[in-house]
Write a protein that binds this ligand. Structure first.
Ligand code: AGP
Length: 612
């Protein structure tokens, strides 16, 4: 939530920061601003709106060597010019950009007001600027003033601070909100994540909680929470700048849907061991050497949103292949309970961004209780990837569309691989393991086939159904998490109400909603539950419900029973989620496009939810 960027160096700082803000816009996009030091004065240009708003408010010839920028997802104070960042002190000598929440801002604001500070915004962040102003008055040292300020606040932050009194530096700090430093030659960058700087440098330093850095054009000094200077590794990023462009697609979401054959292949690469009918997972080997895997008595999977849906799929895989009791937990619930976790619990955290605050906190909680914690993460170097004991990167490349697509598919695949690994050590035969491995290798070309064969039809179906304001998504077994994911996709990008349910639950309540204006998207390939699903379809039709059926080529369906039918290839039932997800994503996408929605940046949402 909120994207922050900073640049110091020989290039045009304003241009570099605006470029970075465009790349970080997926983190929040209700207001935007940049701050520079020009002729020894802090100047701030900001307003409500998206990054392109800056084109109208930043002077064309503005060219400085130091700039900071912010794209906001409002927490405290509605989107407005005054609440946009940078926030500044009374004398307009200090400017800050902040991602996070200052929990004790109310009391600090009262004290500062009594001391004569003049507040301009409703934000929590503004107290940072005034506190730094106050302590700068006492120390005449920007870094010291920032350090004292951070010691006074409770909450989360990634911040960048500049001052006209020390115009050759940025002060950077983090606590629970991500910050990276991009290392250049004669220039350095700061950002919420590496997508903002990848055009300029692939050398990245990941700042950890409690650390603070003084960044000048030629130097980066990093200090730990005890204010001791530390050396940190410079990591090399293997993403290319092209991956953060649309490359001819109208939206990132469509590009990412179409990338799935490739992203699935990337996740799978190097992990299939056909000889032993298992998966090769270095992280699992390290975590459970020898026979330690037999100490696992229970599996708990933790995530939020789409990652939680992937986790639900994992539950089916783990129970089928390993026989271990498996639970899937919403991170935001798990962390505030007193969960029964011990050293015999294997905890798997799933997060595309690797920065989701609730997931991170839940995994910390589990680790604190002695569990072995494994991460399934996309963003390399993200906080979760660094804090878990071991993990598996899904390597799908940057996912920019706010609605998760390619990450979901690969999260499910990663869970399948972990489940295969444990399963083979428990009760799965080598023959079954080999069969699964071979089938997984065929999935990318089947995904491609589904993309080609269903796209035009789904577009037409979406045109037909875009007038409806409610949808029910149903599925049984493996198809149930796909139903949940379909409903979430539709909600978040088209703002149409949709509910996902296990089909067998329909008669326990949702059936009351069914009438001619409440269509159902039913996911029912010809698997073990198919006949039961057909009975549910009959029940829907008996109540005049409209019905779209997603099924496979071999399923025998009385086509008079359904209004629209989408067919996908017939495969083994464990693998249907990998290909059913495609039509479900495309359906949500085309409904949203038909409704003229901004699918990459749906209202009120942000890609990376770093507030609790
Ligand atoms: C997915 O379409 C959503 N935007 C959202 O539910 C997301 O999956 C959730 O916020 C978790 O994010 P993470 O995977 O980065 O932790």
């Amino acid at each position: 939530m909120c994207g922050i960027v900073g640049y110091i160096g020989d290039k045009n700082a304003v241009k570099a920061v605006i470029h970075g803000l465009h790349k970080l816009e997926y983190r929040g996009y209700d207001s935007v601003g940049i701050g520079v030091i020009e002729k020894n004065k802090v100047k701030i240009y900001k307003d409500k709106g998206r990054v392109k708003t800056l084109d109208n408010i930043v002077p064309k010839n503005l060219n400085t060597s130091l700039a900071i920028g912010h794209t906001r997802w409002a927490t405290h104070g509605k989107p407005s010019k005054l609440n946009a960042h940078p926030q500044s002190d009374c004398k307009n000598e200090i400017a800050i950009v902040h991602n996070g929440i200052i929990e004790n801002f109310g009391e600090l604001k009262q004290i500062l007001k009594k001391e004569g500070h003049n507040f301009k915004s409703e934000t929590d962040s503004e107290v940072l600027a005034h506190l730094i102003e106050k302590f700068y008055g006492e120390t005449k040292d920007l870094a010291k003033a920032v350090k004292i300020t951070l010691d006074k606040i409770n909450g989360t932050y990634g911040i960048v601070v500049i001052s006209s009194k020390e115009p050759d530096k940025m002060i950077v700090a983090r606590s629970s909100s991500p910050i990276i430093i991009g290392v250049g030659k004669g220039e350095n960058f700061v950002a919420s994540d590496a997508t903002a700087v990848i055009k300029y440098t692939k050398k990245i330093i990941y700042i950890d909680d409690g650390e603070m850095a003084i960044v000048t054009k030629d130097n980066i000094d990093i200090f730990n929470k005890d204010n001791i200077r530390i050396d940190k590794k410079i990591e090399s990023l293997n993403w290319s700048a092209k991956e953060v462009e649309k490359n001819g697609y109208p939206t990132f979401m469509l590009k990412e849907i179409y990338e799935q054959p490739k992203s699935f292949t990337n996740t799978l690469a190097g992990h299939i061991d056909l000889e032993n009918g298992t998966s090769h997972l270095g992280g699992m080997q390290n975590l459970f050497p020898d026979n330690e895997i037999h100490n696992i008595k229970r599996i708990v999977i933790i995530g939020c949103g789409t990652s939680w849906h992937a986790g639900l799929m994992g539950e089916y895989y783990f129970e089928n292949m390993t026989g271990l009791p498996t639970e899937v937990e919403y991170a935001s619930e798990f962390r505030y309970r007193n969960p029964a976790i011990d050293s015999e619990t294997f905890v798997i955290g799933i997060s595309q961004s690797g920065e989701t605050a609730d997931t991170l906190a839940a995994l910390r909680e589990a680790k604190g209780k002695g569990a072995k914690v494994f991460g399934i993460v996309n963003v390399v170097g993200s906080t979760i990837s660094r804090e878990v004991d071991e993990g598996l990167y899904i390597h799908v490349g940057p996912e920019i569309g706010v609605a998760s697509t390619k990450a979901f598919l690969s999260q499910v695949l990663a869970l399948f691989l972990v489940s295969l690994y444990i399963g083979r050590k428990k009760r799965l035969s080598i023959e079954d393991g080999i069969k699964f491995g071979k089938q997984l290798q065929k999935i990318p070309s089947i995904i491609d086939e589904v993309l080609q064969s269903t796209q035009a039809q789904i577009k037409k179906i979406a045109d037909k159904y875009c007038k409806y304001t409610n949808f029910l998504y149903l599925g049984r077994g493996f198809n149930f998490p796909v139903a949940l994911e379909g409903a979430l996709k539709l909600k978040e990008i088209s703002y149409v109400h949709a509910e996902g349910y296990p089909a067998g639950e329909m008669k326990h309540g949702p059936i009351a909603l069914i009438d001619k204006d409440f269509p159902t998207f039913f996911i029912a390939p010809n698997d073990n539950f198919f006949q039961k699903s057909i009975s549910n379809i009959q029940e829907i039709k008996a109540r005049n419900g409209k019905l779209i059926l997603l099924t496979d080529d071999n399923a025998k369906v009385d086509e008079g029973l359904v209004d629209d039918i989408i067919r996908i290839p017939t495969i083994d039932e464990e693998f249907y989620p990998f290909i059913e997800t495609i039509p479900v994503q495309l359906f949500a996408y085309y409904i949203a496009i038909k409704k003229n929605r901004d699918v990459d940046k749906p209202r009120n949402l942000a890609k990376s939810v770093t507030v609790e």
